[in-house]
Design a binder for this molecule. Structure first.
Ligand code: PEP
Ligand code: MN
Length: 355
């Protein structure tokens, strides 16, 4: 990380960037209120740091020994940058004072199904509509989402998603599972989701990041927090810092039945917030796999400081083609949202009082 002097000129900053490129690295230029900081992106072993320390306008060259420096608090603090990233999606703010609710079916099944659910979640108070079109499934013999039907069917389902979003004034999000889907999906959605199973796919992360749209990255169920943030850095390294992190549970431990699909690691929410300025949301649906636990765990997630929730919703959950056991109805979603808003008020005011 190269910290420029407060009176460094644009030319001096440009000169440092040019030098960085000469060594085959990229530069992440962050301008704060008083000074500019330049983060190096790439293989740092190629860099003669002493050379940079004596360039005109450079105040200090500091080693940041963390694998996720661009999204770290240490980095943003160094140029007096933001403390909390607020990601704007239309009129919605993710990471602001109010929690954001992303809701919709696990999988888009038909236009009628999606429209009905979109109307329901809007009425319940949700802000963003979700709907899976390319579904990650454990078995090749189960429904893979409409996207598996080929380009035409995928596009049709994406059209429905956009139409539902426009009709009910909800920005939309869907998951990309592979690099071949990125260009198509990016044309239709407001936020691109990368699912838990693909958190480790650095090529997918890079390609999605390049679209310049907000990205929602889910934590892999076997990933530690440092790993999660290290892979998030692949998105930030492309100059795209509109990233929402999503905790969705990690693998259960011990013998016998675990009674939840995954273990919802709620301590990760404040732990991640200590490390990064990016907003963190929670998905209680995939974490618990049980509709009867969604209310409690949603409340707990907001109390833990989450900036929002992603919840699977269906007007008749048992009928859902995917994840029937964990979807809630729009009426139940309304109860969740109302309770979470009340909890958030308490939590925010307590925080303001320094508790
Ligand atoms: C999803 O949100 O549709 C999903 C498949 O979740 P995850 O990637 O967390 O399993
Ligand atoms: Mn699902």
């Amino acid at each position: 990380m190269i910290i420029m002097k407060t009176d460094a000129t644009q030319e001096q900053i440009a000169q440092v960037v040019k030098e960085i490129k000469k060594y085959g690295l990229r530069a992440d230029v962050s301008r704060g209120a008083y000074r500019t900081v330049i983060g190096l992106v790439g293989d740092e072993t190629r860099i003669p740091f002493d050379h940079f320390a004596v360039l005109p306008g450079v105040r200090e060259v500091r080693m940041v020994d963390i694998p996720y420096k661009l999204i770290s608090r240490e980095y943003s603090k160094s140029f007096e940058g933001l403390e909390h990233m607020v990601i704007k999606v239309g009129t919605i703010e993710i990471g602001g004072k109010e929690p954001v609710f992303i809701a919709g079916p696990c999988a888009v099944e038909s236009k009628a199904q999606l429209m009905k659910i979109a109307e329901g979640v809007k009425k319940a108070g949700a802000h963003i509509l979700r709907g899976g079109i390319f579904k990650p499934r454990s078995s090749v013999h189960s429904f893979q989402g409409l996207g598996a039907g080929g380009q035409e069917e995928a596009e049709e389902a994406l059209e429905w998603l956009r139409e539902a979003g426009e009709k009910f004034e909800l920005p939309v999000i869907t998951e990309v599972r592979g690099e071949t889907q990125v260009d198509l999906v990016a044309e239709y959605v407001d936020i691109i989701q990368i699912g838990a199973r693909n958190m480790y796919d650095q090529d997918l992360l890079t390609q999605v990041a390049k679209k310049g749209k907000p990205v929602l990255l889910k934590r892999h169920f076997g990933a530690g927090i440092e790993e999660f943030l290290s892979f998030t850095e692949y998105i930030a390294a492309e100059g795209n810092k509109d990233i929402v992190l999503c905790e969705r549970g990690i693998v259960p431990v011990g013998k016998g039945r675990s009674y939840t699909r995954y273990v919802l690691d709620l301590a990760s929410v404040p732990a991640i917030q200590k490390e990064t300025y990016l907003p963190v949301i929670v998905d209680p649906s995939h974490a618990t796999g049980r509709r009867d636990l969604i209310f409690n765990m949603s409340c707990a997630a907001i109390a833990a400081g989450a900036s929002g929730l992603m919840i699977e919703v269906h007007y008749n959950p048992v009928e859902a083609l995917v994840d029937a056991q964990q979807q809630i109805t729009p009426d139940e979603l309304k109860d969740v949202i109302d309770a979470c808003r009340r909890i958030n008020k308490v939590v925010v005011s307590e925080r303001n009082e320094g508790v």
